[in-house]
Design a protein around this ligand. Structure first.
Ligand SMILES: [Zn+2]
Ligand SMILES: [Zn+2]
Length: 181
């Protein structure tokens, strides 16, 4: 349970929030959670207790508003999570791994680890790129969030698919409005 690159933590936070948007719940079982952790660079053995799934889902709902709120409020939410879950960072080379930074307690549950690492990742990202680089999709039936470094042009959609769906819908709306007049 470690921190490798900052990008990895931002991806973890974004993907965690996107496990439930308007689409069906993707973290329904502890096996789903195990698969999610493996996909995000954690390695076996991943021991999950009964409560871990519900607690990780609760962390997800505390991270979600960071993508939607005004900067001062988003910063307050991240500071709250860091105060609650993060510990003084420390280096570790446990299990023969290269030296890396930990920010959660050594025996943290997965939910506490998730809260500490995603809050740290988003805080570092916001400090580097501004809260404007965190957002949610502008498409009508999508609530997926994204992290987009501010030096690129502002982004409104989670994917090109949502961008083109929205363009097609507004073209059709304009055309039918024109036909009606
Ligand atoms: Zn580690
Ligand atoms: Zn979208």
């Amino acid at each position: 349970m470690d921190i490798q690159t900052p990008d990895r933590l931002v991806r973890l936070a974004v993907d965690l929030v996107n496990t439930r948007t308007l689409e069906p719940e993707k973290l329904s079982t502890t096996d789903d959670l195990r698969a999610f952790l493996l996909e995000h660079g954690e390695s076996e053995p991943i021991e999950l207790a009964e409560d871990d799934l519900a607690e990780v889902r609760a962390v997800r709902e505390r991270i979600r508003p960071v993508f939607h709120r005004e900067p001062a409020e988003a910063a307050r939410l991240l500071n709250e999570l860091l105060a609650e879950y993060a510990v003084r960072p420390y280096l570790s080379d446990h299990d023969g791994s290269p030296w890396h930074l930990h920010v959660a307690e050594p025996d943290a549950t997965w939910s506490r680890w998730m809260a500490a690492t995603t809050a740290l990742g988003l805080a570092g990202f916001a400090a580097g790129h501004g809260f404007g680089a965190l957002g949610s999709c502008a498409a009508a039936d999508c609530e997926r969030v994204f992290a987009n470094p501010a030096e690129r042009r502002p982004r409104r959609f989670c994917t090109p698919t949502c961008a083109s769906r929205t363009r097609v819908a507004s073209y059709r709306a304009r055309r039918s409005a024109a036909a009606a007049t």
